[in-house]
Design a protein around this ligand. Sequence first.
Ligand code: RFL
Ligand code: PHB
Length: 406
Amino acid sequence: MGTTGIPSTSPEGDVLHVQVAIVGAGPGGMVLAHLLDRMQISCVVLERRSRAYVEARVRAGVLEQTTCDVLARLGLAARLQREGLNHAGVDLVFDGQRIHIDLAQNDLAGITVYGQQEVMKDLYDAAAACGVDVRFEADGVTLHDVSDVPRVTWRERGQAMSLDCDFIVGCDGQHGVSRTSIPSTHIRTFERAYPFGWLGILADVPPVSEELVYCRHERGFALASMRSPSRSRYYLQCDADTRVEDWPDERFWDELTLRLGPELGAQITRGPSIEKSIAPLRSSVSEPIRYGKLFLAGDAAHIVPPTGAKGLNLAVADVTLLADALDAHFRGEGSGALDAWSDAALAHVWQVERFSWWLTRLTHVFPDDDAFETRLQASEFRQLVHSAGARRAFAEHYVGSVMESE
Ligand code: RFL
Ligand code: PHB
């Protein structure tokens, strides 16, 4: 450990070198940095924001077992195992009818609810302890010559920095610089935008249900989730152009109560929101996710609507596969695994894209849907009610065991 990192800044402006430069210190970039550190591959992580900013960003809540296993393998799961909430099931409500889907049947492992903010704290604390080099507030990160002899430049506390490397991994999310550093002739993006967003709140009140509840109501989708036995996370489908100011807490609670229906709605404990934000929904995949010496991973490469709870898990899956391929390369085993990485990662990505799109289609109200479409939705739900096979397929996708069982 502690092989990562570049020498301290050279005042003479010497060019520094590292094996892998990682752009973005979100979950993808940080898990990759830890994996490379354990493989004795030198790396540095360049993050545009401050540590406090990233840790305050409320996002994912659901971790697949594979993600938990990667964190455990890295020795980073002590708090996750103590504080994470294991869930053996999830509930779906469709126009008032509620079903339970067993997520821990047979070989399936269930999921763990543990906030992305907590994951980030654990990754950053461990980075500081192991000497993994993370440069926060790296300004104006620019990638050069990515097809051949890659170099990264940025500004750090006003000082110009430059770094040579063997590879760059762009883990800088959907608005980062990495994807746009690939010439448009060498990358293609496939996408779907959805005509709505999610309005989310966090509140220090007990969750309405022990399980996560995904609810399709004629007024729109609602999701009941949590962070702890005393902290709830709720989402409502909202118009694409709605603003947080349009949604005072009382309006949110009233709407949630309506959408969750009389039985669940009556159980809601209201309280002041401690966070409220709106996220647009999008599906998108770029192909291929390698150009020369540059690899794209996580949200920089693909976006899923949060309905399937998959984005963070996908980012971890991408970088886990990539770390093994980089390790094989640096151990002199050739470039086969690196060359195969983009296709291999994308095969998994498309599985997850399909599930996330399908679950969004099933549970949301699409403004242009006619009676034909809504009857198809209802019929899709009835399939889940009546078919153990359909519920099993749902569970496999939700817990993320699909690739493993193929
Ligand atoms: P991130 O987390 O966006 O991190 C990218 C980092 O790169 C930095 N950056 C730059 N750094 C340097 N130079 C630049 N030019 C840069 N541009 C950007 C950014 O500051 C940032 O720190 O991408 P990454 O690592 O790929 O991770 C992706 C996940 O964060 C994301 O997919 C999840 O949050 C998605 N997601 C969920 N995923 C799950 O697996 N389970 C869930 O339950 C779940 N729930 C959710 C979600 C996302 C949501 N929103 C807000 C979209 C719920 C919601 C509401
Ligand atoms: C969350 O708890 O933030 C959460 C849970 C399930 C999802 C998305 C987000 O599908």
